[in-house]
Design a protein around this ligand. Structure first.
Ligand code: SF4
Length: 289
């Protein structure tokens, strides 16, 4: 496979074929994110992508999942995406789900009909970074969209029959907006009603704007127990009809995997025990992105 730069994928795509169709991120301005710093957003030549599909068909013929990288591959035009999805269906018939990162801008550029067409050709999940449902925080971190726009984008995706996985970022609002961040994120998650939620804990990365703000004393990191309280408040404010709320990423202090609504109360009870100090949190040196 031909890869350029560092490849990122959601934790749940660990066993997927990683097919790079773009490089970098078309937005690349979120203040906390160092994933694609210094990397230009480009669209990879179609013949290169098709050659990678041929390679995957020879070497990973039994894989059931495939993930289209990089940062915001849904920026690709619908025709180009359909060409790629058709080639995957033809050459990798065992692949039952193709995943992709999407943001509100790229989703705005696609109609429900276009998304339905992509769904019929195998697009089976969109990973959308919400980070926070609090518009003040979204503006501060330069997300490029507010909560309403993200709700519209994610709802349209679901309407087209594509499940969504929403990423939220604990700690990103700092200590002073932690409670608002948690309750507003719960409100936006409830409005979207996604199939999956993944909560990560902020880790400051050197080279990012947020890291510089932290160094200059303009941003403070919440303490581990404050992050845990934030997670508790967020889950309490989140009402899903049938969703999985994961906070079991390596960056988190306490692994949580809850089916909502069924396991909401037991999960809040677990968090209460951790907050009362009767359960050990993951030590700082074991946390990682
Ligand atoms: S968080 Fe996502 S949208 Fe924001 S810069 Fe990083 S890759 Fe791009």
């Amino acid at each position: 496979m031909h890869y350029q730069g560092t490849i990122y994928r959601p934790p749940s795509e660990a066993n997927s074929i990683l097919l790079q169709v773009t490089t970098g991120c078309s937005h690349n301005k979120c203040t906390f994110c160092g994933m694609y710093k210094g990397q230009r957003f480009t669209i990879k030549p179609e013949e290169r992508v098709l050659a990678d599909i041929e390679y995957a068909a020879t070497h990973f013929a039994h894989a059931r999942r495939l993930f289209l990288c990089d940062g915001d591959a849904l920026t690709l035009g619908t025709d180009r995406l359909l060409t790629i999805l058709r080639a995957i269906q033809a050459k990798l018939p065992k692949v039952t789900r193709v995943g992709i990162y999407a943001n509100s801008k790229s989703l705005r550029s696609k109609s429900v009909e276009e998304l339905q067409l992509l769904s019929r050709h195998g697009l089976g999940i969109c990973y959308i970074g919400l980070e926070s449902g609090d518009d003040v925080t979204l503006n501060r971190i330069n997300k490029g969209a507010d909560g309403k726009q993200i709700i519209t984008a994610a709802t349209k995706t679901k309407e087209a029959g594509i499940p969504v996985s929403i990423t939220v970022l604990l700690g990103v609002a700092g200590p002073e907006r932690s409670t608002i961040h948690a309750t507003e994120t719960g409100r936006v998650l409830s409005a979207i009603d996604p199939e999956f939620v993944g909560a990560l804990s902020l880790m400051l990365e050197p080279g990012t704007v947020l890291y510089d703000e932290y160094q200059a004393g303009h941003f403070a990191m919440p303490e581990p127990f404050a992050i845990l309280q934030e997670l508790r408040t967020m889950i309490a404010a989140t009402n899903l009809s049938n969703g999985l709320f994961h906070a079991n990423h390596a960056s988190n202090y306490l692994p949580i995997k809850a089916k909502l609504p069924e396991e909401k109360d037991s999960t809040l009870g677990l968090l209460d025990r951790a907050l009362s100090g009767t359960m050990a949190l993951k030590p700082e040196y074991l946390r990682a992105l």
